[in-house]
Unconditional design. Structure first.
Lengths: 264, 400
């Protein structure tokens, strides 16, 4: 079995995010990191490999992004991927979810994996949809928000987090599966793994290399356009109850909750 | 969210984010720092209070660290190490300061930072197999035994004596303030091997737990470093075989001197890590705690205190990183290492003291961990060579 894991370089969680008003895109300057949700996808791939229910020949980390995204691939490899593929091309800048999904699908077609894994969302765009778009282009079944994967008779038995509980779904391979962060606890990469990551094979591909139609990617090729960006409305100040007489304070809190029907 | 590459949560935006590497560190070191920080905050820190209260941290901590490679960062892969170098160990030392227990950091540091390096540098192949490899695996715990009731920085005054006998040495004497002394499987011990002793009469013997006549006479109680075990050791006619002689006979003084530089750098790095963590926590507190209608950090008296803390941190970091760079490049860095050690130890204590003051009554309470940091850091200007000794070394460096 060959597993491809889609990963993304995102601004570090500790960096304050801001929108660039001129491009209407997220300002991606500052320190970056491997999208934390993707670390769970890599760990899921590793657990399938180490689980022994199926032979995994290789785990390939795939990303699309500028030059700096190589660092996200190194991190993915330090967590266990055997090699990585970096799709990078100025023509891809400004791609929306549809264009990104199409471009990634083109890379994956060349790799023809049995399983594609990815984090359910990116820490920056938070669209939750790339997996589904990729699956559509590859004509593969797609599952989202998966928090458990078992390999059984060449199929996958997955649990996905649904609104009111959990769905257990069996899916034929090949498939595209996006995982939630509850699926596992990613391992700590050792120093040896971090130092060794740069030595593992990394293929750099341009849009042309994987047969991407330039009219379907980039800002021009995107089917959505951001018209305006606005800051979120300021939060209304909360009500502060000073604790002078505790009985009275409790009564105030209880009636506040009752007014909002928050107490059963 | 649990990505190991994620910065720890709970900080104000922009704070504690991975930063551009400062020399001698590279991107790769910063990547390793990020993972190490996450490891320390999630695997060690949550137990700090419990282990402090117990006056002991479990030996399993060494196994846990070994499983993640932390006990062998700078050692070659052939002994089970990670194949890194001093700078990787430096990252670990700095980040370990965030574990919330000086004693825990000291116990780990005694093993990786001062007790095993002499075996790596001066040991025979057989000694490396017997002691270094199991120490890297966390199976054997190491301690360094130099200090005696009558000899600290004045190592020439060491009185524990080893008399040559057929096939080895017979050791008599005692050691004190030995970190990991109670739990150690082996103690890299400085002994006098000539009747005169002094600089030309010191040697090192690896003395193992279970050797007849070797005992722990006392577990010492301390102001801080509660989670670490600090022991007084007694040697009563201990027969130590020839193959446990580490390095050349009567050349032990050089081994001590070689080790000191790294030990002092580790202490400086620990102080830098501690100042960083303390500043972050105190800034957070100063933003949240309000008095007279605004966050206390907006009052000039507090703001200036925080500015001073930031200054101490940055000066300490600059001095330490420079000394580390020189040391790692193989230069004679005695002056710079001495300066870094001297500057950071007292400063780290003062930073913790200022943090306690800013926290007010809360700082005096155990739950805020500031009082613990203060107690732990008070050892800095004493251990690894006192501030007074550091000034002497510097003064002599000036040709006086």
């Amino acid at each position: 079995m060959k597993i491809c894991v889609l990963v993304k370089e995102v601004p570090d969680a500790a960096v304050e995010k801001r929108m660039d008003p001129s491009t209407k895109r997220l300002d991606r300057s500052g320190e970056k990191n491997l999208n934390p949700f993707d670390t769970h996808a890599i760990e899921a791939a590793m657990q399938i490999k180490e689980g022994g229910a199926v032979d995994v020949d290789e785990i390939v980390a795939v990303t699309m992004g500028p030059e700096s995204a190589v660092r996200a691939l190194h991190k993915a490899v330090s967590l266990g991927a055997d090699r990585s593929v970096h799709l990078t091309d100025p023509a891809l800048a400004g791609s929306d979810v549809c264009a990104t999904g199409y471009a990634l699908a083109q890379v994956l077609k060349a790799e023809s994996p049995d399983l594609v894994l990815l984090g359910q969302q990116s820490d920056d765009g938070e669209c939750y949809t790339v997996g589904a778009v990729v699956a559509d282009h590859l004509q593969m079944p797609s599952l989202t928000q998966v928090i458990k994967i078992d390999v059984q008779d060449g199929k996958l038995r997955c649990e996905r987090q649904a609104e009111y509980g959990y769905d257990t779904v069996e899916v034929e391979l090949p498939a595209v599966i996006s995982v939630g962060d509850a699926i596992n606890e990613p391992r700590y990469p050792s120093l040896k793994a971090i130092m060794g990551a740069k030595k593992k094979p990394l293929d750099t591909k341009s849009a042309a290399d994987v047969g991407i139609d330039p009219s379907r990617v980039g800002e021009q090729g995107s089917r959505t356009a951001v018209l305006a960006i606005n800051p979120p409305p300021a939060k209304e100040p909360g009500e502060i109850i000073e604790d002078e007489d505790t009985d009275e304070t409790v009564q105030k809190i209880v009636s506040w909750l009752e007014e909002r029907k928050l107490l059963a | 969210m649990a990505g190991q590459w994620t910065s720890a949560s709970g900080r104000a935006p922009g704070e504690g984010a991975p930063r551009a590497p400062a020399p001698p560190f590279t991107r790769e070191h910063e990547d390793f720092r990020q993972v190490t920080r996450s490891f320390v905050e999630r695997e060690l820190r949550p137990h700090a209070q419990e282990w402090e209260d117990a006056r002991w941290f479990p030996n399993e901590v060494f196994r846990l660290l070994a499983a993640h490679g932390y006990l062998g960062l700078k050692y070659p892969e052939e002994y089970g190490g990670q194949g890194g170098d001093y700078l990787h160990d430096a990252v670990f030392a700095e980040e370990l300061a965030r574990c919330g227990s000086g004693g825990l950091a000291a116990g780990i540091g005694a093993h990786t930072g001062i007790a095993t390096p002499p075996i790596w540098k001066f040991g025979t192949e057989e000694q490396k197999r017997r002691f270094l490899a199991p120490a890297i695996r966390g199976e054997k715990i190491a301690a360094l035994g130099i200090t005696e009731p009558g000899a600290g920085s004045d190592v020439a005054g060491i009185r524990t004596h080893a008399r040559r006998v057929d096939g080895g040495f017979v050791v008599n004497g005692s050691k004190t303030f030995i970190t990991n002394g109670v739990r150690a499987d082996f103690v890299v011990t400085a002994v006098r091997t000539t009747p005169e002793g002094g600089h030309r009469g010191l040697s090192f013997l690896v003395i193992e737990k279970g050797m007849e006549g070797f005992s722990v006479s006392r577990k010492l109680d301390k102001l801080g470093w509660h989670a670490s075990d600090t022991a007084e050791l007694a040697f009563d006619d201990v027969l130590v075989p020839e193959e446990n002689l580490l390095g050349e006979e009567n050349r032990g003084f050089y081994l001590i001197m070689a080790n000191f530089q790294w030990e002092r750098l580790l202490m400086a790095l620990g102080a830098v890590g501690s100042m960083q963590a303390t500043l972050e926590r105190t800034l957070e507190f100063a933003r949240e705690r309000r008095a007279f209608g605004r966050p206390i950090g907006r009052h000039q008296a507090i703001r200036h205190k925080l500015a001073e803390m930031a200054l101490k941190l940055e000066t300490g970091r600059a001095l330490t990183y420079n000394a580390l760079r020189l040391f790692a490049e193989g230069h004679d860095a005695v002056r710079e290492v001495t300066m870094a050690k001297l500057k950071t130890q007292r400063d780290a204590f003062e930073v913790a003291d200022a943090a306690l003051q800013i926290h007010g009554g809360a700082g005096y309470m155990k739950e805020y961990e500031i009082e613990r940091a203060l107690r732990d850091l008070r050892l800095g200007p004493i251990g690894g060579g006192t501030d007074e000794i550091m000034r002497e070394i510097l003064g002599r460096q000036l040709g006086l």
